[in-house]
Write a protein that binds this ligand. Structure first.
Ligand code: SAM
Ligand code: FES
Length: 348
C-alpha cells in the first residue's frame, strides 16, 4: 500500500487497477499514511491556510428531479423561496464586513433567473465589490449563457459531475444525461472559469469501481476545484431511510484527490460536518483547504434543505464565521479570508 501511495505522491497519477487496489485495501495504517502524505502535499502547495467562501443559497426552486436531493421538483413539501437582487446584495455586504472576499451564489435550476437576471446580478455584485471573487453554482447551462456570465465578471463555476458512472448517473438523474453535464464542464474550462467538478460518496449502489471512474475523469478534466461530499438521505425523497455515505470513505477520496491534483482547491464540505461533528476538521487534516460558511439569511436557511440534519441552519452569518474559525484554529490551521484563487488561474 505504502508503495502505491508513494507512487501517487510522486507521479500524481495511478492506473485504473492501482486506484482500485488503493480503495479496496485501505486499512487503518495505510489511511494514516495517506493522510500524512496528503497533508504534506497541501502544506507544500498552500501552507496551513484554509480559504473561506461565503455561501449564499439564493433559490430553492428547481426544475430537476435528482432522486437524492431535498429540493427536487417532486418534493411538494419543500417551502420554496427566492432572494431578490437587493437581498443577495445585502448578504454580500454583510459578508464583506465579516471579511469574506469570495461569494458563492448557489441555487436549484430556476428558470426565473433568466440569463438577463443573472448577468444583472453578477454585474451588480462585481461593481459593488470589485476586489471580490464571484462563484456561480446554478446547474447546467449552455455555452452562450455561461459565456455571458463570465463576461459579466463571474470568476468560478461549481458543477459537480455527481458520479462518472453512467449507470449510477442515470439511476439518480431522471431526464438528465452525464454526457451533457461533462460537456458543460468542458465548456466552462474553454470559457476561462475556474471550474469545480466533484461527486457524491455513498449513494446506494455506488462502488469503488465507480469512484475510480470519478478519479480518472477528474484527472482528465483538471478542474481547479473539487467538491466531494457524503450522500445524506432526505426524508421527502425516494431515498428516505437509505444509509448515509461514510466519513472514512470521503476523507480517503479527499486525500487521493489532493495527491492527484496537488494545487486543487478542495472544500471540507458542510455535508461532511453534518454526518460527523468533527467532519470538516477531519477533511482539512486529509488535504482539504477550503470551507464555505453560510451567508444566507437565517429566515431561509432551513428551506435550503438538501438532506436531513444539515448543520448551522439556525446560526447567524457572524456566528458561522466565528465557529469555523475556532474549529480551524483548534487543529493548527488558519482561516485565510483572501480571494484564494487557484495558483495557475488568470482571467483570460
Ligand atoms: N443546482 C446546482 C447543481 O446542480 O449543481 C447547485 C445546487 S445542488 C443542490 C448542489 C449540490 O448538492 C449537488 O451538486 C449535490 O452533490 C449536493 N446534494 C444534493 N442532495 C444531496 C444529498 N441528499 N446529500 C448530499 N449532497 C447533496
Ligand atoms: Fe435541483 Fe437538487 S434537484 S438542486
Amino acid at each position: 500500500m505504502k508503495t502505491t501511495i508513494d507512487k501517487l505522491f510522486k507521479e500524481t497519477t495511478l492506473s485504473r487497477d492501482e486506484f482500485l487496489y488503493l480503495l479496496n485495501n485501505m486499512d487503518g495504517d495505510s489511511l494514516t499514511y495517506l493522510r500524512d502524505k496528503a497533508n504534506e502535499r497541501r502544506v507544500q502547495e498552500y501552507g496551513k491556510a484554509v480559504y473561506t467562501r461565503g455561501l449564499i443559497e439564493f433559490t430553492n426552486h428547481c426544475i430537476q428531479n435528482c432522486v437524492y436531493c431535498g429540493i427536487r421538483y417532486d418534493n411538494k413539501n419543500a417551502d420554496r423561496y427566492r432572494l431578490s437582487l437587493e437581498e443577495i446584495l445585502d448578504c454580500c455586504k454583510l459578508g464583506y464586513k465579516l471579511g469574506y472576499r469570495t461569494f458563492v451564489l448557489q441555487g436549484g435550476e430556476d428558470p426565473y433567473y433568466s440569463d438577463e437576471r443573472i448577468v444583472d446580478l453578477v454585474k451588480s455584485i462585481k461593481k459593488t465589490f470589485p476586489e471580490c471573487a464571484l462563484t456561480l453554482s446554478l446547474g447546467e447551462k449552455n455555452f452562450s449563457s455561461l459565456k455571458q456570465y463570465y463576461e459579466a465578471g463571474a470568476d468560478r463555476y461549481l458543477l459537480r459531475h455527481e458520479t462518472a458512472s453512467p449507470t449510477i448517473y442515470n439511476k439518480y438523474h431522471p431526464n438528465m444525461c452525464l454526457q451533457s453535464r461533462k460537456k458543460c464542464l468542458w465548456d466552462l474550462k474553454k470559457i476561462g472559469f475556474q471550474v469545480g467538478a466533484g461527486f457524491l460518496v455513498g449513494l446506494p449502489g455506488q462502488s469503488n469501481e465507480d469512484y475510480v471512474e470519478d478519479l480518472l475523469f477528474l484527472k482528465k478534466l483538471q478542474p481547479e476545484m473539487v467538491g466531494i461530499g457524503p450522500f445524506i438521505a432526505h426524508e421527502n425523497t425516494p431515498l428516505e431511510g437509505a444509509s448515509n455515505g461514510s466519513i472514512t470513505q470521503v476523507v480517503t477520496l479527499l486525500a487521493i484527490v489532493r495527491l492527484m491534483l496537488p494545487k486543487v482547491l478542495l472544500p471540507a464540505t458542510t455535508a461532511l460536518g453534518s454526518i460527523d461533528p468533527t467532519g470538516r476538521e477531519q477533511g482539512i487534516k486529509f488535504g482539504a483547504n477550503v470551507v464555505m460558511p453560510n451567508l444566507s439569511p437565517t429566515s431561509v436557511r432551513e428551506k435550503y434543505a438538501l438532506y436531513d440534519g444539515k448543520i448551522c441552519v439556525g446560526d447567524e452569518a457572524a456566528e458561522c464565521r466565528q465557529c469555523i474559525e475556532g474549529k480551524v484554529r483548534n487543529i493548527g490551521y488558519s482561516l485565510d479570508m483572501s480571494r484564494g484563487d487557484h495558483k495557475n488561474w488568470r482571467r483570460l
